[in-house]
Write a protein that binds this ligand. Structure first.
Ligand SMILES: O=C(O)c1ccccc1N[C@@H]1O[C@H](COP(=O)(O)O)[C@@H](O)[C@H]1O
Length: 218
């Protein structure tokens, strides 16, 4: 029997939400710093507090929209997370600089799956990072959409990406109890990542979390 994918709960806004997500079964938490759009942004001092208090081996992902090595390194040092989730695209030289300056910090590149052209983007990025995360944003819009859309993308493209890269892959974008089984069957990702569907009026909803984890387990 195949292992169930790990689950990352994103848009964590407080220590209480972090503890609720971990109790429900999350392996990793998403902590969203300044973004051009999206519902999950919190202040860096809150991110730093959560990152400091969460027990190992839980992944603490700092979601960043920064694209320069200097800005990303400074932000990671302020926040102290164990993982960087790069929500925008960066130059290959940036990955090299991050690896040199932040040894031990895992790098996860978000690929916004807009169509078959995303396969080559993913292949190129996979050479430089520890994992990819496939989401439903669009970096070409006047105000970039870097995640938190609540929308699914074309999972047949996601599947092709999974088969084209050697690094672990997280699937994100509109995942919920009602579609998680189909998503897992279609893509067979290492991990799942979700935000909107487990919230009610902006707050993490423990009942929705339970329903999601139950659907994944069934
Ligand atoms: O949630 C946000 O505010 C956000 C903003 C910018 C980039 C990423 C963001 N969140 C990430 O988006 C995915 C998918 O969210 P959803 O489940 O479709 O609502 C989420 O897992 C976060 O990683």
């Amino acid at each position: 029997m195949k292992a169930k994918p790990r689950v990352k709960i994103c848009c964590i806004a407080s220590l209480e939400e972090a503890q609720a997500a971990i109790s429900a079964g999350a392996s990793a938490l998403g902590l969203v710093s300044a973004m051009p759009s999206g519902p999950g942004v919190i202040e860096e001092d809150v991110i730093a507090e959560i990152a400091r208090r969460v027990p190992p081996p839980i992944g603490t992902f700092l979601l960043t929209s920064e694209t320069s090595a200097e800005a990303i390194i400074a932000q990671q040092r302020r926040c102290g997370t164990n993982t960087l989730q790069l929500c925008d695209y960066v130059d290959a030289s940036v990955y090299r600089e991050l690896r040199r300056e932040l040894p031990g910090i895992a790098l996860v590149q978000v690929i916004h799956v807009t169509g078959p052209e995303s396969i080559e983007v993913a292949r190129a990025a996979a050479e430089h990072v520890h994992a990819l995360l496939l989401d439903s944003g669009d970096t070409t819009l006047p105000v970039k959409l870097l995640g938190g859309t609540g929308r699914v993308h074309d999972w047949t493209v996601s599947r092709k990406i999974r088969e084209s890269v050697k690094v672990p892959l997280f699937l994100a974008g509109g995942l919920k109890a009602d579609n998680v089984a189909e998503a897992v069957a279609a893509v067979e990702p290492f991990g799942l990542d979700l935000c909107s569907s487990v919230r009610t009026q902006g707050q993490l909803d423990v009942i929705k979390l339970e329903i999601f984890f139950a659907a994944l387990a069934s």
